[in-house]
Each structure stands twice: as C-alpha cells, then as structure tokens.
Design a protein around this ligand. Structure first.
Ligand SMILES: CC(C)(COP(=O)(O)OP(=O)(O)OC[C@H]1O[C@@H](n2cnc3c(N)ncnc32)[C@H](O)[C@@H]1OP(=O)(O)O)[C@@H](O)C(=O)NCCC(=O)NCCS
Length: 183
C-alpha cells in the first residue's frame, strides 16, 4: 500500500483545531491556546504554511511580517515525521515567499535549552545576534537569530519552488520506501 504524498499549503481559519493539537503535541506546557493559534493563522500580516501527509497535519510554520522583518514565530514537525527534511521544506518556502514580498531578513527567538531547534536553525544558516537571559518560563535564555533574505527575480523563485516540489515528491517517495521496508 502506498503512502499519501506530502503537500504544502497556506493555513486558513479551518485549520485552527488541527494546528492547536499539533502545537500541543510539539510544545507541551509552552503550547499556544486555541485563540493564539487562531490569531497566528488568520491575524493581520501573518503567514502560515501547513504540511499534510494525506489528511494528516504533519508540520507547520507560522510567521509575521513587521516592516521588512519576517518574524518566524513557530515551526514544528510531528514527532514521527522528523529528520526527513520536512521543516527545511517549510522554512525555505516561508523565506522565499517572504523575500518575494518585502522582507529583507528573517528573525526569531529560540530557547537556549532547545537543542534540536537550535541545530535546525543553524543548519538553515541563521546566526545568533543577541541573547536575552532568563527569557522563558523555565528560566532559559532566548537566543535571537537572524538570516538575511535576498529578493530574487521571478525565475529564481520559480526554480526554488520547482526544487521544493521535487523535495516534497522525494519525501513522499522516501516515506513510501520506509513503509515498504517496515512491512
Ligand atoms: C526543530 C524541528 C522543527 C526540526 O524539524 P525536522 O523536520 O526534523 O527538521 P529537518 O529534517 O528539516 O532538519 C534539517 C536539518 O536540521 C538539523 N536538525 C534538525 N533536527 C535536529 C536535531 N534534533 N538534532 C540535530 N540536528 C537537527 C539537521 O542538520 C537536519 O539535517 P539532517 O537531518 O540532514 O542532518 C523539529 O525537531 C520540531 O518540531 N521540534 C519541536 C518544535 C521546536 O522546537 N521548533 C523550533 C522552535 S519554534
């Protein structure tokens, strides 16, 4: 039996419940309330992308545009789907769409204690520009990280999107092979 393909699309108000459930599974005590998720998906200057495998929500990335800064507020992948490049696909797509708009840099805060989040952002080329001590509820510091975004011409954006379509197809193929191997 083949596994459904991964698709990436923009979130709408209809996705609040599913994103809230996945946020809860990924962030536990730091998960957003349902109202915060609704604002994050539908509020002004927000941009949210969802990754579905078949009907299942397996990842999401939420950003907010302020001036020329794209603030990455959340990115998460369901625990059983990690380390297969899914967050990277969401991240690249968010950056391209931000750069195609008016964003000149992407910024975010990540807890110093979040080893996987930090490793992911470093792999994406972000660099630390500031540190806010005792920022989170558990007393950990926030690292402020930044990535310049270069506006690209239409051909380059299209080439990126084509590569991502291939990435998504490859992810689905990989998932299919894994299922075949596990069977
Ligand atoms: C961080 C997170 C989004 C990464 O998602 P993912 O789909 O597993 O990431 P990818 O597969 O796209 O990883 C791309 C690269 O990032 C790095 N990376 C990702 N997770 C890593 C980990 N746990 N340890 C070390 N490096 C990691 C690796 O270089 C990886 O490339 P590789 O697998 O070829 O080595 C995921 O672990 C998650 O949802 N964590 C909980 C939520 C969270 O902390 N989000 C970030 C703060 S908002």
């Amino acid at each position: 039996m083949s596994r459904p393909h991964v698709s990436i699309e923009q979130a709408t108000g209809a996705d609040v419940e599913a994103v809230h459930a996945l946020d809860d599974a990924c962030f536990g005590v730091d998960a957003w309330s349902q109202e915060s998720v609704r604002t994050a998906l539908t509020g002004p200057h927000r941009h949210a992308l969802l990754a579905h495998e078949g009907e299942e929500l397996v990842g999401y990335a939420i950003s907010m545009l302020g001036g020329d800064v794209l603030d990455l507020q959340r990115i998460a992948v369901a625990p059983g789907h990690r380390r297969s490049g899914l967050a990277r696909v969401l991240f690249d797509r968010l950056c391209q769409e931000g750069a195609a708009g008016r964003a000149q840099r992407l910024m975010l805060e990540v807890s110093e204690a979040n080893a996987s989040g930090r490793a992911f952002y470093e792999a994406c080329g972000l660099t630390e520009v500031a540190r806010r001590p005792a920022y989170y509820r558990d007393g950990s510091a926030a690292l402020v990280m930044e990535l310049p975004l270069t506006p690209e011409d239409e051909d380059v954006v299209e080439a990126h999107l084509a590569r991502e379509r291939t990435d998504v197809a490859e992810l689905a193929e990989l998932a299919e092979r894994e299922e075949w191997r596990d069977a």
